[in-house]
Design a protein around this ligand. Sequence first.
Ligand code: ADE
Length: 238
Amino acid sequence: MRFEVLCIFPDMVKDAFQTGVTGRASGEGLISIDTVNIRDYSTNSYGSIDGYTYGGGAGMVMQCEPVYAAYCEALKRLDKKPGQVRVVYMTPVGHVFNQARAEEFAKEEELIFLCGHYEGIDERVIDEIVTDRISIGDYVLTGGEVSALVVMDAVSRLIPGVLHNDESAATESFGADGLLEYPQYTRPDVWHDKEVPKVLLSGDHLKVDQYRMREMRRVTREYRPDLYEEYMRKRGIN
Ligand code: ADE
């Protein structure tokens, strides 16, 4: 998987990505990340890439041309033509990102991310180049870099080989049954007078599985009643 990120804080994106699992995976050549600094494509002598909002209102809007030129640079690096690579615009005005979307993106060979700032980006260039408008949740960030990192992280761990066996073996939240993951414990058996649930030390795999399933239902019901309702609905239980 090759990621190209169009943004104004390239170091922020590269530094975060070169850490931890994604850093290791890029060292192993399983994924790669490259950035295009939209500021390098200013069309004026001041080096600015934004302008006032037509129609009035607070805040500045990123102009079409610097964004488009940055997009063309990314396409050139990928040796692709317009329309051949999905362009994901990170914005609160988009589909909310989830595991299903991560799985869909992980099937691509390349992805271009467009990160906005200020009040947003001129709608015309969005219309021209963007294929997916994605939000990471119902809150507003100062820019799209952090949200692009969230999406790239979730996509990267789905690329074969990125997670090593011990990391991928765990039952995951948002797996096929749509429940959240059960709580986990490790040594020591007692810590601050708190004991590890006895069933986990019993060696009875059937009982452990049943216990974990109950816990998955309990935490999902408690923290994500929306997911729990969906889980019950799919099983025909109201
Ligand atoms: N940029 C600013 N807020 C965002 C959000 N909630 N999701 C994605 N990108 C954003």
